[in-house]
Each structure stands twice: as structure tokens, then as C-alpha cells.
Design a protein around this ligand. Structure first.
Ligand SMILES: Cc1cc2nc3c(=O)[nH]c(=O)nc-3n(C[C@H](O)[C@H](O)[C@H](O)COP(=O)(O)OP(=O)(O)OC[C@H]3O[C@@H](n4cnc5c(N)ncnc54)[C@H](O)[C@@H]3O)c2cc1C
Length: 448
């Protein structure tokens, strides 16, 4: 059950942050009993444990710390309680879950969608992940009913949403215990789902359009569930790799003369409400110099999936290019801002226009929650990007924004988090860690 680290397990030494770690041993338990045995084994030998799910995290949370790796990928049971409730083991990823729901809970969906389909339920909970749709559907914890957690004293507790500890487990980055399983809540699928992509020539037009939609959306009958922005650099980067990406290679190039795009998804149970909302969107786009004749509108499941994959490709292409640059910059890893700003959107976007270093900017435009990713071409640019990451984060914090939103802190953002967070927040996390895992068995070096 416990394997010595060897070459065939090399991939488990890293995650999508591209940070590299080391480990002595690895396990893939298949049941609660095996999880308990692994933890006991490690405690007996004074080994700390790094927990891993799908390793799609981008802050190094699942990168091991020289001791043991407990990987959840064989904990994949799903049990249907009723059409709206499933009991799901932590290693179930979104691909598996969504296929199960399509077959066993027809007409329902799980609103938590951080877009990366290899993300597991355990990883989503521990990272506090959320997707574009959280703009309307809200924080991920709303769709969890119960969590079963194994603590370092080998106790197994079932936490309901009324327990104080329940909310603390979300975004805890696995430092309090091993999340074994969860009860999740599904929602009824809306009758109509439309996705519309508008193209813009200038950032000012994107900001003008966003402002109008933000004002309108509360009163709209049909719900605008997300607003995803991609700047010209992001679109150009995807174009470089698109032909080799099977899920998006059929997406046409963006219309000539346009630079940036905003993708909106509208959910409704009523066709005429949907049409009213779409009409408003079209008028707002025209007012902000977008040609609606060249916009993309889709409503079939497959086309919606394609366009969501296109948006997801933004983050994927960043990772591809970083790997390509590793031979020249061996220490390269993801340097991406995951922050939301409280200032005017155009100001934020202009501030992100960081000269001389290639960047791509994309993300959730209604909440000014944008991801700025640096693409350094050499060691000097890499070091400069790390400094710029700190500088822009400090600015956002000073403006009252958030510096950690959906990707977590992990190991890569730890220094930034400790430097820029309020003492009360850090002390509370440290106290809970001390109460639950005083010997620092789980995920040492994550977050605090
Ligand atoms: C291309 C791409 C796009 C992405 N887009 C988004 C996005 O839109 N929104 C978003 O929020 N994230 C996004 N992510 C980040 C990532 O997918 C999420 O953070 C995801 O939830 C991580 O899940 P995982 O199973 O891969 O976790 P891992 O990477 O394996 O682990 C993440 C953290 O969770 C802990 N953990 C994992 N399982 C458990 C468990 N059972 N018990 C306790 N702790 C555990 C790990 O120790 C680690 O600290 C993206 C990633 C990629 C590569």
C-alpha cells in the first residue's frame, strides 16, 4: 500500500504550478480503512503527509515536502441519495462527476465548476475553488451539505454545514485534515442556456459594456451567470497552440479588426425572458462599438462546451508556454495574479499593462477578478515578474481588494499571503492548525 518513491512516480512531485518537490514514499488508498492505515504508518515514523487530488492546483499546495504523498485518486465512489444529493468520495474528479450526473440525475447539474475537469472534490474543497458561474451561483460551499474529515489523531468526523469547523475546511489547503468524502447538492438545469461572445476593439469599450451589464443584471429575469474577459494577448497565445488542442481547434479565429472578447452565459427557464435579456446585451454591445453580426451565439450543449473549453485554454496555454521555457529558466513556475480590485475596472486593466514583459490577462470581469499571468522569456524577466507580482498584489490590497481569490495560497503564495494578510486572519488559521494538527502532520508548508 505504501510505495517507495521511484522514477515511475516522478509526475507526483509537482502540480500545475510547475513547482518541484521531493518525497520518500507515496500511497493511493482505496478505502477509509486504507487511509487510516496510511496515516497511522506515517505517524509511527514521524513522517509528514502531503495530500494530493488531481494535482491541477496552481499554487503548489499538492507539491510534496520530502516525506509522504497521500494521493486520493483511487477514492472514487459516488452514491446517489436522491436526485439532488450525492455522496462523493474525495478523489472523484469533475469529469467523472458530470458523467455520473448526466446518466443518473438527468436534468440536474453541479454548479461548482472551476473549469479544470481533472480537479477532484477534495481539491476543490481544500482550495476553495470556484468557477466563472460563481458570479451568479455563489461560493462553492453552498453546494456542500456534509464533509467527512480524517484528523491527525485518526478520528473521523462528519461535519454538517451547521458545524463551525465545516466552513473552516473550505480553503484550508489540507492543513487541518484529510477530506474523505462530501455530500453535494445539485440544482435543476435551466431550460435554456445561451452563450454569447462579443468582440471589442478597445479596453474602454469592454469597460463601458461591463458597466452597463452590471447595472442591468440584478433586474434581468434571465440570469447572466458569468462574464469572462480575454485580452488580445490571451487570444494571440491561444491561437499559437489551438491547432494542437483537440477540444478547441474547430473554434474559428476572432473577427478581423477586433482585439478583446467578453463571453456571457445566460440561464433561464423562460424563453421570452431570455430573449429580453439577449436584446439588452445586443444593444449594450452596439453602444460600445461591438459589431453584433460577428458575435458568436451558441445554445447547444456541445457548442457551449466548446466555448467554455476555449476560455479554459487561456490557463492551459500559460502552463504550456512555461514548460517550453523551462530549459532556459530551470526555476520557472507560474507567476499569476489571482486578485480582485476595488478600483474602476479600466484603471485596473491599465495598471496590469506591464511593459517589457509578456503577459496575458483574463478572468471574471463583473467582479474585477482578473488573472494576470507573466510569461518571462529569461531569468531576468522571471525575477522581475516575481517582484511585480508582489507590487501589484500590495497595491490591490491597499485598495481594499483581495489578493487570494479562487486559486488558494499553497506554497507559492505563502510569502505574499503572510506579508499582506491581517494578523487576526493568520492567527486564527494558526490556532485552528494547532488545535487540530499540533504535530504538523498534514500539508506542512502550505499557507502558514
Ligand atoms: C488550466 C487550469 C484552469 C484552472 N481554472 C480554475 C478556475 O477557473 N477556478 C479555480 O478555482 N481553479 C482553477 N484551477 C485550479 C485548480 O483546478 C483547482 O484549484 C482545483 O480545485 C484543484 O483540485 P485538485 O484535485 O487538482 O487538487 P490538487 O492540486 O491535487 O490539490 C490542491 C490542494 O488541495 C489539497 N487537497 C486535495 N485533496 C484533498 C483532500 N482530499 N483532503 C484535504 N486536502 C486536499 C492539496 O493538498 C492541495 O493543497 C485551474 C487549473 C488549471 C490547470
Amino acid at each position: 500500500m505504501i510505495y517507495k518513491m521511484e522514477e515511475k512516480y516522478r509526475e507526483y512531485l509537482s502540480d500545475e504550478s510547475k513547482l518541484q518537490g521531493n518525497a520518500l514514499s507515496i500511497s493511493f488508498p482505496e478505502s477509509r480503512e486504507e487511509v487510516l492505515k496510511v496515516i497511522q504508518h506515517c505517524k509511527d515514523r514521524n513522517l509528514s503527509i502531503t495530500i494530493q487530488g488531481g494535482r491541477s492546483g496552481i499554487v503548489g499546495g499538492a507539491v510534496p515536502n520530502n516525506n509522504h504523498i497521500l494521493n486520493s485518486l483511487k477514492l472514487t465512489k459516488i452514491e446517489k441519495i436522491d436526485n439532488e444529493t450525492l455522496s462523493v468520495q474525495c478523489g472523484v474528479n469533475l469529469n467523472h462527476l458530470n458523467n455520473y450526473i448526466d446518466q443518473e440525475c438527468k436534468g440536474y447539474f453541479f454548479p461548482v465548476d472551476p473549469t479544470e475537469k481533472t480537479a477532484t472534490i477534495g481539491g476543490i474543497i481544500a482550495s476553495g475553488s470556484k468557477g466563472p458561474n460563481s458570479h451568479y451561483y455563489g461560493e462553492s460551499f453552498r453546494y456542500f451539505r456534509e464533509l467527512t474529515v480524517v484528523f491527525s489523531d485518526l478520528s473521523v468526523k462528519v461535519l454538517s454545514s451547521r458545524d463551525e469547523l465545516f466552513s473552516k475546511i473550505f480553503s484550508s489547503e489540507g492543513i487541518y485534515g484529510f477530506i474523505l468524502e462530501a455530500k453535494i447538492k445539485l440544482l435543476k438545469k435551466p431550460e435554456y442556456i445561451w452563450g454569447i461572445t462579443f468582440f471589442f476593439k478597445a479596453i474602454e469599450d469592454v469597460c463601458g459594456f461591463t458597466k452597463q451589464i452590471k447595472k442591468y443584471q440584478c433586474s434581468a429575469e434571465a440570469k447572466i451567470v458569468c462574464g469572462e474577459f480575454m485580452d488580445n494577448h490571451t487570444i494571440e497565445l491561444i491561437d499559437v497552440f489551438k491547432k494542437n488542442m483537440s477540444k478547441i481547434k474547430a473554434i474559428p479565429p476572432i473577427p478581423t479588426g477586433y482585439k478583446h472578447l467578453v463571453y456571457l452565459e445566460i440561464h433561464s427557464d423562460n424563453e421570452s425572458d431570455l430573449e429580453d435579456t439577449v436584446e439588452f446585451l445586443i444593444e449594450a454591445a452596439i453602444e460600445n462599438n461591438s459589431d453584433v453580426e460577428v458575435s458568436w451565439a451558441v445554445s447547444e450543449d456541445r457548442d457551449l462546451e466548446n466555448i467554455r473549453n476555449y476560455r479554459h485554454a487561456a490557463a492551459e496555454c500559460v502552463n504550456i508556454i512555461l514548460e517550453k521555457r523551462r530549459p532556459d529558466i530551470p526555476d520557472i513556475r507560474k507567476i499569476g495574479l489571482d486578485i480582485s480590485c476595488n478600483e474602476e475596472l479600466c484603471e485596473t486593466i491599465k495598471r496590469y499593462d506591464i511593459e517589457n514583459i509578456d503577459t496575458v490577462l483574463f478572468g471574471h470581469i463583473f467582479s474585477s477578478h482578473l488573472h494576470l499571468n507573466f510569461l518571462p522569456k529569461n531569468k531576468d524577466e522571471f525575477l522581475k515578474s516575481v517582484e511585480l507580482e508582489k507590487k501589484v498584489s500590495a497595491y490591490a490590497k491597499k485598495q481594499g481588494g483581495n489578493i487570494i481569490t479562487e486559486h488558494g495560497v499553497g506554497k507559492l503564495k505563502k510569502e505574499l499571503f503572510l506579508e499582506l494578510s491581517e494578523d487576526a486572519v493568520i492567527n486564527e488559521i494558526k490556532k485552528t492548525k494547532q488545535d487540530l494538527d499540533s504535530e504538523n502532520t498534514f500539508n506542512p508548508n502550505n499557507m502558514v
